[in-house]
Design a protein around this ligand. Structure first.
Ligand code: URA
Length: 237
């Protein structure tokens, strides 16, 4: 890996603000290969150099990937002047990494939300061209039947005339279903079901590709994903 500055190495990892980092480095708390370093501009090899902060080893990762069980009632944006956002639920260290939500879940939708600082990854997950499947559980007010399954498979035309890509509808109970879509138009699943006379009462995203929501996280819980889990996103189920 190319050489990089020590302050960038630490900033990419969300260790502290740029200003704090300067102080931390100047006070000799950071060592490279066992020797204390006090210059923020010192160059190192992020893969080969052994970097410690207060004796704790720091393993460099340029990009970060988290899953969250987004609670209903919270906005999936990075900032809002009035309302709570998913970024207010994470640690200050994660906020400093510059994480953002991969696509949006409506305020009232809960479930699997990915957070990352990797723009290319986010684009690939969101773009309909990538064909990444998003699976939702919906509780609806209305009855769905085989004609609705066929209409979803054909491609629903929303009330405003927008045509959706073919999607999968599975009926799982009296007023419950699973919907798989490969795109993310505004309020898409709600609008698709409403167009079939079954407005959504509850909506929860369960998986993205073969990556399933870790239900043990609980509402508002989050955890980092490893490389194997990240690749699951691209696997069709
Ligand atoms: N479709 C919706 O209608 N809402 C979401 O939050 C996600 C998909």
């Amino acid at each position: 890996m190319a050489q990089m500055r020590l302050d960038k190495f630490l900033a990419d990892m969300g260790i502290a603000t740029r200003k704090e980092l300067k102080q931390i480095i100047k006070s000799g708390r950071v060592c490279i290969n066992g020797a204390a370093v006090t210059q923020p501009e010192m160059k190192l090899d992020a893969e080969k150099s052994a970097v410690t902060l207060d004796g704790r080893a720091l393993n460099y990762t340029r990009y970060h990937y988290y899953m969250m069980d987004k609670p209903a009632g919270i906005l999936s944006v990075t900032e809002d002047k009035k309302q709570e956002t998913v970024l207010s639920l994470v640690t200050p260290e994660m906020r400093r990494m510059g994480l953002f939500p991969v696509g949006r879940l409506d305020k009232d939708t809960s479930g699997l939300l990915l957070l990352t600082d990797d723009g290319d990854f986010a684009h690939r997950v969101i773009s309909p061209k990538s064909g990444v499947q998003k699976l939702y559980y919906a509780r609806v007010d209305g009855k769905l039947d085989d004609a609705d399954i066929a209409a979803f498979a054909e491609g629903i035309v929303l009330k405003d005339g927008t045509r959706c890509l073919p999607a999968k509808l599975e009926l799982t109970g009296e007023n419950e279903c699973l919907v798989t879509v490969m795109e993310g138009k505004y309020h898409q699943v709600r609008r698709m079901l409403a167009s079939r006379g079954a407005p959504v009462i509850e909506l929860r995203r369960l998986s993205i590709g073969a990556l399933k929501l870790d239900e043990s996280l609980g509402a508002g819980g989050f955890r980092e994903l490893d490389q194997t889990e990240i690749q699951l996103v691209y696997i069709a189920t």
